[in-house]
Write a protein that binds this ligand. Structure first.
Ligand SMILES: [Zn+2]
Length: 269
């Protein structure tokens, strides 16, 4: 499934998701800005995304990836094939993009297995037809995360996906997320565009505050002798059904437990 909106002249947000029973499993948004495509949606929607770009008669000069997750890099190989667009990503993403490991079964169903893509490393500043793209390393959600500043707009990938985190992936590093958010808050930008939402600077400051508040709460409960499971029960027992479903189908790769564990580990680093 695909839906799109024009944000400004030469600036579009395109949201894609694999359809299941008339609904997408999950929407992921990628962007088109003045000849550049920032992220590309998942492997399952690659054909749909490429067709949309062709139907819109859009010229794609380059594809820029914020991180290697399949819902962001999944269409890159096809944009390269159909439009001859060079793909750029963090130096840290090169290997995993070129040789993507087999993703777990549930991710193959929801997003699809990514195909290998040969990317070039982003530099601190890189120019495309006079348009400067500034790259900032923003790990946390993934080890290779970058944010891209193009004119007044910041593209942050999945650095932030929720106003206050409830569920995270097993290998997310919240101490790095906090540092990345602090760095990003020092940049000058109008809005931050992510794979799962658009954020004003104040929103990002609030997310940072929420993570630090949650860390204090979790640490206090841990000091009182509560186990990780008991803390999850105390803080996150009332959550949307989708959260619990995700924990079950991902066999814990996404979970509230990961979040509590990561918050406790932050204090130890
Ligand atoms: Zn991601």
């Amino acid at each position: 499934m695909l839906k799109w909106e024009r944000i400004a002249k030469d600036f579009m947000a395109v949201s894609v998701g694999k359809e299941y029973d008339g609904e997408p499993y999950y929407w992921t948004t990628f962007y088109y800005y003045k000849g550049l495509v920032i992220d590309t949606g998942c492997p399952h929607t690659a054909e749909e995304s490429a067709k949309f770009m062709k139907d819109m008669n859009i010229n794609i000069e380059a594809v820029l990836l914020t991180h290697y997750h399949e819902d962001h890099c999944g269409g890159a190989y096809l944009f390269r094939e159909r439009f001859g667009a060079e793909v750029f990503a963090s130096q840290k993403s090169m290997e995993i993009l070129a040789n993507p490991p087999e993703v777990p079964a549930y991710r193959q169903v929801v997003w699809g297995q990514p195909k290998p893509v040969k990317a070039k490393p982003l530099k601190e500043v890189i120019e495309f037809s006079g348009l400067a793209v500034k790259t900032f390393e923003t790990p946390g959600h993934s080890f290779d995360g970058v944010s891209l500043l193009i004119e007044d707009y910041l593209f942050i990938g999945d650095l932030v996906t929720n106003p206050s985190p409830v569920i995270i992936m097993r290998d997310e590093n919240l101490a790095e997320t906090v540092n990345s958010l602090k760095m990003v808050l020092n940049l000058s930008f109008e809005k931050a565009y992510g794979g799962h939402g658009v954020w004003r600077k104040n929103d990002l400051a609030k997310v940072l505050e929420n993570i630090l508040d949650l860390k204090s709460n979790v640490e206090a409960l841990h000091c009182m002798g509560l186990s990780i499971e008991q803390i999850v029960e105390k803080l996150f027992s009332k959550v949307p059904k989708k959260v619990v479903q995700m924990e079950v189908i991902s066999k814990g790769e996404w979970s509230r437990r990961n979040l509590v564990k990561a918050l406790l580990e932050m204090g130890q680093k």
